[in-house]
Design a protein around this ligand. Structure first.
Ligand code: NDP
Length: 253
């Protein structure tokens, strides 16, 4: 039996570390994509790094989940399915949709991504089948489950559609950046990040769990600073960048 103290300690750590990460990332963008900076550290192929990094969330969640005694119950299994749909697509299909250009990933991004995904997968998987309260079948008709799943699905669709629009901007072989247009891009610079945030708040509400909330807050702390840097980057690189476009929350920020 995994110790509850270990679970609680990791959960506490995730809540504590998120605002610190937000401060660091507001001072200095994470070095990948357009903010890539090669310093002294080794780099590896981006797609290989991505698959290693994201598969940690699939594996740790699955092990922690099936280790628990409630893993054969319907409601936890629905959550298992939602998690794995997201992460299997993110891990294996997202890199396949990327153009065949040679991008790099730094070792520090790889290691921090793997550590986060292992922790987060363990916390959410073990909560659902071991440490959280049991979900009765009636949970499926609970307003928190219904609203949470709707938000999760909406965030998922916004995120995937926005990523698809971004990936369509380049013709084969191109590596430069264009001004994205259409759908939520007419209001904010980073609708893919907005969708991701909505999705994980949906998860937090549907599971009504502290690990879900910790993940949603971490996503905000990770992606809002990155959206801020993307927005600044667009404004400094394109004089015709739409002035009324916000960073990540339509009409507000
Ligand atoms: P970006 O928006 O930075 O880039 C997504 C893809 O689109 C990249 O291939 C990028 O190329 C390309 N692209 C972006 N903008 C343009 C443009 N203006 N013109 C042409 N091509 C463009 O997303 P991330 O790489 O940061 O994230 C990828 C996915 O992972 C997103 O869905 C995000 O939500 C998710 N994610 C989730 C996290 C979480 O905490 N839950 C953390 C990090 C990511 P290039 O790489 O060359 O810039």
């Amino acid at each position: 039996m995994i110790e509850r103290e270990f679970f609680e300690w990791l959960l506490f750590l995730l809540f504590m570390i998120s605002p610190i990460i937000a401060i660091i990332l507001f001072c200095m963008p994470a070095p990948y994509g357009r903010h890539f900076r090669q310093g002294w550290e080794p780099v590896l192929n981006f797609k290989i790094g991505w698959v290693i990094m994201e598969s940690a969330a699939i594996i740790s969640f699955a092990i922690a989940f099936f280790y628990g005694e409630r893993s054969s119950q319907l409601v936890p299994l629905i959550f298992f399915m939602l998690w794995q749909i997201h992460y299997v697509d993110r891990t294996f299909f997202y890199p396949l949709r990327q153009p065949a250009v040679k991008k790099k990933m730094t070792i520090s991004i790889l290691i921090s991504g793997v550590l986060f995904n292992l922790t987060n997968g363990f916390l959410n998987g073990s909560y659902l089948s071991t440490f959280g309260p049991a979900y009765s079948l009636a949970w499926i008709w609970d307003i928190r489950f219904i609203v949470g799943v709707i938000l999760f699905a909406s965030g998922f669709l916004i995120n995937r559609y926005s990523d698809a629009l971004l990936l369509r901007l380049r013709k084969p072989g191109e590596t430069d950046y264009k001004i994205p247009k259409g759908m939520l891009f007419d209001y904010i610079s980073c609708p893919n990040y907005f969708g991701e945030v909505v999705q994980w708040f949906g998860w937090a509400i549907a599971t009504w769990s502290l690990p879900g909330l910790a993940f949603a807050l971490f996503t905000v702390c990770n992606l809002v600073p990155r959206a801020y840097w993307h927005h600044r980057w667009y404004r400094s690189h394109f004089s015709s960048y739409p002035q009324n476009r916000k960073v990540i929350i339509p009409f507000i920020f």
